[in-house]
Design a protein around this ligand. Structure first.
Ligand code: AVJ
Length: 313
């Protein structure tokens, strides 16, 4: 396993993010920290919820288009950013004429095991897991002829436009002639469906949202009472993104031991924990063009809910 981020650096990043986020107005916490073991389990549960359509939709596009992607790209190396989408990855691994697979994730915790399983299932495939932050370490990823960089699941939606521009440009810089970017992005649709996808009736997303407080409690010696925060999912029609928030039920003070600070919340105060931007074809194509790509294919599922874009330098 290649490591460009050791646990100490990850810890420093968490401290920095929490210190900054809890002193901002309004308070914010980045979604990156949802995914400890419990958070990853909860996200997995989310992907199976009736209301949460993105995973199913993206899977159906991949199932339908994997052979075409193979034909168009002839990809020999698959670099998967934010790996962990096991079942969808296999659709690509089965279809592409690959020699190498490079799953990339910020956390080495599950990456090693997942990679070992895939190496076992695909003998002859060179599997090189890399622990890295794809917003900072793109240049450090192993290179290969005819590579396809996949960024699936709609995680691009966690970035604001300026961050997306940096990300697209950064990926563009590691792509050579004949390489490709495969991007999964959720599309703008009816507000009711969008909000339901982020505020499900079983309350799994609410638990997922509050889990970030448990992560901070465990790792930064904090004393958040997760039950004292209410989950909210709000559609912002101007930005065209869903915002997940946690709203304080009652005034409260939270001690964050590792930072040596106490943070005050007013009753009803809302803290932003995630944005999940939704896209339109024209906007996505414009952003990609501005970052130096030409869009070769733009696919959606039959319902037009989710998109998969194949773009080339
Ligand atoms: C993993 C970022 C794609 O934005 O839909 C799911 C995370 N948050 N439910 C998304 C998420 C709440 C998910 N991504």
């Amino acid at each position: 396993m290649d490591r460009h981020l050791d646990p100490a650096e990850l810890d420093a990043a968490l401290r920095r993010d929490v210190a900054l986020g809890l002193t901002s107005r309004p308070k914010t916490l980045p979604p990156k920290w949802f995914y400890d073991e419990r958070g990853s389990e909860l996200f997995d549960e989310i992907t199976r919820l009736e209301e949460y359509y993105p995973t199913r939709r993206e899977r159906s596009i991949l199932a339908e288009r994997a052979a075409e992607i193979a034909e168009l790209t002839g990809a020999r190396t698959l670099v998967e950013l934010g790996a962990g989408s096991g079942e969808k990855t296999r659709l690509l691994l089965d279809a592409l004429p690959l020699a190498g697979y490079v799953p990339v994730d910020v956390s080495g915790e599950f990456l090693g095991d997942a990679a070992a399983k895939i190496a076992e299932e695909y003998p002859g495939l060179a599997v090189l897991p890399v622990v890295a932050d794809y917003e900072h370490h793109l240049k450090l990823l192993p290179d290969g002829e005819r590579k396809i960089v996949a960024f699936l699941g709609g995680t691009i939606g966690n970035m604001v436009p300026a961050e997306r521009e940096g990300f697209f440009t950064g990926v563009r810089e590691i792509l050579g002639e004949g390489d490709a970017l495969l991007l999964g992005a959720d599309l703008v649709k009816d507000e009711r469906r969008l909000v339901a996808a982020y505020d499900d009736s079983l309350g799994v997303t609410a638990e997922f949202n509050r889990n970030v407080l448990r992560v901070i409690n465990a790792r930064l010696d904090a004393d958040f009472d997760p039950e004292s925060f209410q989950h909210l999912a709000v559609w912002d029609p101007g930005q065209e993104w869903i915002e997940m928030r946690l709203r304080a039920r009652g005034r409260q003070d939270v001690r964050v031991g590792a930072l040596g600070v106490t943070v005050h919340f007013e009753d009803g105060e809302e803290m932003r924990t995630e944005i999940s931007a939704k896209f339109r074809r024209e906007g996505l194509e414009r952003e990609l063009a501005e970052a130096g790509y030409r869009v070769e294919r733009f696919w959606t599922d039959a319902a037009g809910d989710f998109s998969l874009t194949l773009a080339r330098p």
